[in-house]
Design a binder for this molecule. Structure first.
Ligand code: SD4
Length: 303
């Protein structure tokens, strides 16, 4: 068994997922459980209903799951649902569709016994939003201060792989904005002949490069998970301008349990667990210091 999860909160998420795997559960059950734990945790400001709101002061959530049987479920721009990752799984299991958004996703939740109840913003959400409103500038800051979406990859002992992602998206986004996390092929992807990949960070950059699917396809073409992660980030820096001021981190795994991790900026942490250990690591980064595109050029082979 093997698990990879984004950021520091990947450690407790991995533990929750490991408990499922040790009890004989499958990879899909494991990633959903890990993501659910993070959604429930207090103090997460970009996952779950405690996440930072959009610029209208409304918390909207995105989540998705995918298994290596090519089944997937996703919800986007959903309000008042405590565990959007469970709702995403329900879309996969109980609807003929892959993706439901907004009101339709809420209605589907109610119809399947999931409570939909919007919470007033708490003091911290309110004060951060009010502080932001003073300037109203949209300038995504990098790293863990405001990027802590949880994305997970699990490989179970039966050899099945699953991926999941859940987020409140970018703080102070435009109302209705959806990032990469619920988009199959961008924020997450898995293919039973190759392996899986997930992303975190500025969703627009991941969407514009079809991040997770691109990594999986590079692995299919013979790159290792690490090489594929580095190649995707390199391509992103090349294609999506402004890399010195955005952060994206990616993780990948193949069926031999080989793992990859890489990011645009320094500071992307991830948790890696196998049957015996669950440890935190910092991924290599294309830009070694903020704004240093020299290293990026070297990664691209131009330096
Ligand atoms: C988004 N990718 O909505 C998410 C945000 C994120 O860590 O991953 N933050 O763009």
């Amino acid at each position: 068994m093997k698990l990879l999860s984004t950021w520091d909160h990947g450690l407790p998420a991995n533990d929750a997922a490991l408990a499922i795997l040790r009890a004989g559960g499958g990879a899909m059950d494991a990633v959903v459980e890990g993501a659910t734990l993070t959604e429930r945790s207090n103090g997460q400001r970009s996952v779950g209903l405690g996440g930072l709101p959009d610029r209208d002061g409304i918390v909207t959530l995105d989540a998705a799951v995918m298994g290596d049987d090519a089944r997937a479920g996703s919800v986007a721009c959903v309000r008042g649902v405590e565990h959007p990752v469970r709702l995403a799984r329900m879309v996969m299991d109980r609807s003929p569709h892959v993706m439901l958004v907004g009101e339709g996703a809420q209605r589907f939740a109610r119809e399947h016994g999931i409570e939909v109840r919007e919470r007033p913003l708490d003091d911290e959400q309110t004060s951060k939003w009010k502080a932001w409103l003073k300037q109203g500038l949209y300038a995504p800051v990098i790293n863990v201060e405001n990027h802590d979406t949880i994305s997970l990859i699990a490989l179970d002992d039966r050899g099945s792989m699953a991926v999941a992602s859940t987020t409140s998206g970018l703080a102070f986004k435009m109302h209705g904005r959806v990032g990469d996390s619920p988009v199959v092929g961008s924020g997450l992807f898995v293919d039973r002949e190759v392996g899986g990949a997930v992303a975190t960070g500025l969703g627009e950059a991941v969407l514009r490069t079809a991040g997770a699917a691109a990594i999986v396809e590079m692995m299919r073409a013979g790159r290792s998970p690490q090489e594929a992660c580095e190649a995707l980030i390199t391509r992103m820096i090349e294609r999506v301008p402004g890399a010195e001021s955005y952060q994206v981190g990616v993780l990948a795994m193949d069926y031999q349990g080989r793992c990859g991790a890489f990011s645009v900026q320094q500071g992307f942490t991830y948790a890696l667990a196998d049957g015996s250990r669950n440890t935190l690591h910092t991924a290599g980064a294309a830009l070694q210091i903020d704004g240093d595109i020299e290293r990026a050029k070297r990664v691209k082979g131009e330096g």
